[in-house]
Design a binder for this molecule. Sequence first.
Ligand code: ATP
Ligand code: MG
Length: 160
Amino acid sequence: ESVPIAELLTALHDRFLPYAQQNNMQIHLDLVPNLPTITTDGSRLEQVLVNLITNALRYTPPGGTVTIKATTGHREVCLMVVDTGKGIPADALSHIWERFYRVREGNQPREKIKGSVGVGLGLAVCRNIVTLLDGRIDVTSTVGEGTTFIIHLSTTTHAG
Ligand code: ATP
Ligand code: MG
C-alpha cells in the first residue's frame, strides 16, 4: 500500500485540532517539503501515530504544545511527535514499552481523551507495530520539559 506521509500527518493534525483547542493546547504540524510516499500499512501506521498523539495530549498540561513533525534522511523518513509536557523520568524510560507499565509518581493523566484511564498498552502496541513495519521507534525525554517519540521508517523496504 502506498502511503503519502504528508497527507497522513496533515489529516491527523486536523483530526486532533478541535480536541487540543478545547483543552487550551496547541497542536502544530512541521513537515519538510516533498515528503515521500512509502510502501507500508497505512492503517497500522496511523494507529501508532494516534497512540503517540493521544499520549502527548494526555500527558501535557494545558497551555502546552504538541508538534507532529516529519523529516527525511538517508533512505528513511522520520516521523516525530514532540510535546512540552511533564516528561518521563530517566529510570522509567526503559520500561514504557512494557505492557501495562505506567509511570506512577506524580503522573496524573488528564482523562478527557478516550474517556477512561489508560491501561499501559499503547506504547507496547506501538513498538510491536513499528517492528512489523520494519521500522524503529525511540524516545527522548526530559522531566519538566517534554518528550519526543521518533519513528524511523525505510523508504525502500516493502512492509504491508
Ligand atoms: P493506554 O495507552 O493503554 O491507554 P497509557 O497511555 O498509560 O495507556 P502507554 O501509552 O503505553 O500507556 O504509555 C505508558 C506510560 O508512559 C504512560 O502511562 C505514561 O506514564 C508514560 N507516557 C507515555 N507517553 C508520554 C508522554 N508523551 N509524556 C509523558 N509520559 C508519557
Ligand atoms: Mg497511551
